[in-house]
Design a protein around this ligand. Structure first.
Ligand SMILES: C[S@@+](CC[C@H](N)C(=O)[O-])C[C@H]1O[C@@H](n2cnc3c(N)ncnc32)[C@H](O)[C@@H]1O
Length: 356
């Protein structure tokens, strides 16, 4: 199969990180899927007896989740040949023989129209070369009356702003070099995968609910509703349940949407402003954080270049990892995000790194 240069990189980023998971980390990785179904009152038995497509299956956790809930057949498509091996390993581990994983591109699916009862596409399209064609395709193969589980990144907010600063600084570095460092530091595999994913995947687009809803309606999903329940760190939960839209932008865009008619209007396009998806106006509070992320990034570079130039890269990875870890850990707390505590944390880093 021929992959574009960007797809080759994407496939490498995910192939290398997903193969690392051991059973303990994989079970942990499955957990949020269960929580999201519970918290949004979706009965996971909806998969019972259904033919399901896992579009961009990665490690195969969505496939396992669907099979655990009674899917009669799961077919997976992913760019990465390594992911095919990883997902097959998990299917055998859990004893499922009704799953088939293939290397392929969801932008050109070799399946008949309306040939699946459920399509699962979790965290994939924003990383693909052509999200519009991908969404058209996975809608085409879904039966009218069937459901699509869809997750796309929502625009804006402090998390993506930190990730963007890190992506900019690490742009010309190599994901394998970073992976080696994180593994040598014994960072848990799930976290390694998160950092490599966020920092090195070539496309990392985000959308607004309005833009995505318009596109979904055009593809036959009348009245699509963005899900609001989730784990404490899901930004959709922070925005819609805890009211912190000024910090977390649009929040994660998760849907369990029914295809209610066979409309397939490919002319409605998700925007791609500057190749990052939808345009988004950040809040003043988020912009203040961005300023501090930039200051810290410059200080790390100055600090390392002055004292340990040959270790600039490891200083950057170490510093960025600790910032993202603190942010993620604080987001995982059940209470609303504590802005003051995060500000104090950033101020302390700035003081520590300001040597003169
Ligand atoms: C962030 S991972 C998500 C994996 C999985 N869906 C999950 O939720 O754990 C994104 C996956 O999408 C795959 N991918 C990206 N673009 C794709 C495309 N055009 N066709 C098929 N797979 C694609 C990548 O190889 C990667 O495994």
């Amino acid at each position: 199969m021929t992959l574009s240069p960007v797809e080759q990189l994407t496939s490498r980023v995910y192939g290398d990180s997903f193969k690392l998971y051991d059973i303990e980390e994989f079970e942990k990785f499955l957990e949020p899927l269960k929580v999201r179904y519970q918290q949004n009152n979706i009965d996971p038995q909806v998969f019972k007896g259904k033919r399901c497509l896992d579009a961009g299956f990665g490690s195969g956790r969505g496939s396992i989740f669907m099979a655990q809930n009674g899917a009669s057949e799961v077919v997976g498509i992913d760019l990465s040949e390594k992911n095919v091996q990883t997902a097959q390993r998990w299917a055998s581990h859990y004893g499922y023989s009704n799953m088939k994983f293939y290397q392929g591109n969801l932008q050109a699916l070799a399946f008949e129209d309306e040939s699946f009862d459920i399509v699962w596409c979790n965290g994939v399209l924003h990383h693909s070369d052509d999200p519009n064609t991908g969404l058209d395709e996975i809608s085409r193969v879904l039966k009218v009356g069937g459901y699509m589980w869809l997750y796309l990144y929502g625009s804006g907010g402090v998390y993506w702003n930190l990730v963007d600063v890190i992506r900019r600084e690490l742009k010309h570095t190599d994901s394998m070099h970073c992976l080696a460092l994180l593994l040598a530091w014994q960072v848990p595999y799930g976290r390694v995968a998160e950092y490599i994913d966020d920092w090195y995947v070539p496309h990392c687009r985000r959308y607004t609910i309005a833009d995505l809803n318009e596109k979904l309606v055009g593809l036959g999903f009348d009245d699509p509703q963005c899900l609001t329940g989730g784990t404490p760190y899901d930004t959709s939960y922070k925005v819609h349940v805890q009211g912190q839209g000024d910090l977390f932008g649009e929040g994660d865009l998760r849907y369990f949407a029914q295809r209610t008619n066979n409309r397939l209007d490919r002319s409605i396009q998700l925007p791609d402003i500057n190749e990052i998806g939808s345009a988004y106006q950040e809040s003043a509070i988020t912009l203040e954080f961005v300023e501090k992320f930039n200051v810290i990034s410059q200080l790390i570079t100055r600090f390392a270049s002055t004292y340990i130039p040959e270790h600039l890269f490891s200083a950057q990875v170490g510093g960025f990892r600790s910032m993202q870890m603190v942010l993620r850990d604080m987001m995982s707390e059940p209470n609303p995000f504590d802005v003051n505590r995060f500000n104090q944390h950033l101020d302390k880093i700035i003081t520590d790194l300001s040597l003169d």
